[in-house]
Design a protein around this ligand. Structure first.
Ligand code: GLC
Length: 433
């Protein structure tokens, strides 16, 4: 009898653990929309836009006192906040998801949190929930919703760290446990109220997975929405990596990744930061992400009244013109050819029957493609349709090697940013080893 009970228990435990364990097929299915989406828009919106200073870090690093930092609450009006307009602009850019800062390291929530008092709803003239209207607007456009949430909270009296030079306490399990309950209940509120497709955590570096109870956070999120995706900043419990402000030189080991990047040098609105990247530079960086099989999460920083700075609007519109023209070379593609095959970014269609070559600037004549063994059926300019002439060299009849393909690129087909050539292959792509 005892033996039977034991067997039953073993079977029960293994069923439970296998249902909690996700197979790689299940993960592939859950991550699919993210892998295909390619472009997301990050939005850093918070009280730091009032003075136009660094989000949270400005008081942490001592540029401004905590008291003065918090005075920005009085100027955060959101008076011209138009979430429909935001969503429509994001849609126009070609982005398939957006990530909004619901709470940065300063602890100021953009929604009416029941877990604490520090929110723009209770403490600023904005006085209403800013998250739900945005999520609803995104839904109308079919854009996936991501919510950024800082695990660390320098304002919370129960959180140990405060500024670079000042800690609130160093060891106090009662306070820490109270903080974890608070933190988990805010995460639960976000899941319940806004049903995000993606959680974008930040600030995990200050504590260990154990201390955050990262496993429980992950379980909580997936219990609320088994399809949710979680970024990597959860001390080992996330789904994809998030290189920040730096393009990986080679293809990252992680199959799923996203470069998060600002348009100027600031995440939030800073009037005096005029160091904007041009649309062309941003499109070039985006193409690099595509070529390395990743996404770009491009940040904008709305002003305290909710308007998006004109320079950022124009970048998003330029991106939109380019993404719309080059749809087939962008969405749902795989990262491109190995290094050495083409001087520029490339992508490959999911069925491996099409190759896309991204041509920077004016090649003044021909571009060269190496290492592709397939017969080529056709080459045309994406979004323009012009068929191009090409010729294969270094391919004697007795050779099994891939030849060298020279493709004519006449000036009249060039795009103002990056021109994309589609190479239609016979069969699935075969690369020379
Ligand atoms: C960093 C910063 C933060 C910013 C974030 C965006 O971790 O702490 O200010 O919001 O990166 O990726």
């Amino acid at each position: 009898m005892k033996y039977r009970i034991l067997l039953f228990l073993i079977a029960f435990v293994s069923v439970c653990s296998s249902s909690a364990q996700e197979s790689s097929e299940m993960k592939t299915a859950r991550m699919q929309w993210f892998k295909d989406a390619k472009l997301g828009i990050f939005i850093h919106w918070g009280i730091y836009a009032v003075n136009g200073i660094d989000e949270s870090w400005s008081f942490y690093n001592g540029y401004i006192s905590y008291v003065d930092y918090m005075k920005q609450l009085n100027g955060f009006t959101a008076a011209k906040y138009n979430p429909e307009e935001w969503a429509s602009l994001i849609n126009e850019s070609g982005a398939k998801y957006a990530v909004l800062t619901t709470k940065h390291h300063d602890g100021v929530a953009l929604w009416d949190t029941k877990a604490g008092d520090l929110s723009v709803v209770k403490k600023s003239p904005a006085a209403h929930d800013l998250v739900a209207p945005f999520c609803n607007a995104l839904k109308k456009f079919g854009i996936k919703e991501g919510l950024y949430f800082s695990l660390l909270d320098w304002s919370n009296p129960d959180y140990p760290n405060f500024t670079k030079n000042e800690k609130k306490y160093s060891d106090d399990s009662v306070k820490w446990n109270r903080f974890t309950v608070f933190n988990h209940s805010q995460i639960e509120e976000l899941g319940e109220n806004f049903k995000p497709d993606l959680f974008w955590f930040d600030g995990d570096w200050e504590q260990s997975a154990d201390k955050w109870k990262a496993r429980e956070i992950r379980e909580l999120i997936l219990k609320q929405n088994p399809k949710a995706i979680i970024n990597s900043r959860l001390q080992g419990y996330g789904d994809y990596s998030t290189p920040e402000q730096g393009l990986p030189m080679t293809r990252p080991a992680d199959k799923y990744w996203e470069l998060c990047m600002t348009i100027n040098d600031s995440w939030g609105y800073q009037q005096n930061d005029r160091n904007f990247k041009s649309s062309e530079q941003i499109i070039k960086i985006f193409a690099e992400c595509l070529s390395k099989g990743g996404n770009l999460l491009l940040d904008i920083g709305p002003k305290a009244d909710g308007t998006i700075p004109a320079e950022e609007v124009s970048v998003l519109k330029d991106l939109g013109r380019w993404t719309k023209k080059h749809l087939e070379a962008i969405y749902g593609t795989e990262g491109g050819l190995p290094e050495g095959c083409f001087y520029g970014p490339t992508t490959i269609s999911k069925d491996s029957a099409m190759l896309y070559l991204f041509v920077h600037g004016n090649p003044r004549g021909q571009v060269m493609l190496e290492g592709v063994k397939n017969k080529i059926n056709r080459i045309y300019v994406v979004g323009n349709g012009t068929k191009l002439l090409w010729k294969e060299y270094l391919k004697p009849y007795w050779s099994n090697n891939a030849g060298l393909i020279f493709i004519d690129v006449p000036e009249n087909v060039l795009d103002e940013y990056i021109t994309v050539l589609a190479v239609v292959l016979e069969g699935k792509l075969k690369i020379q080893n």
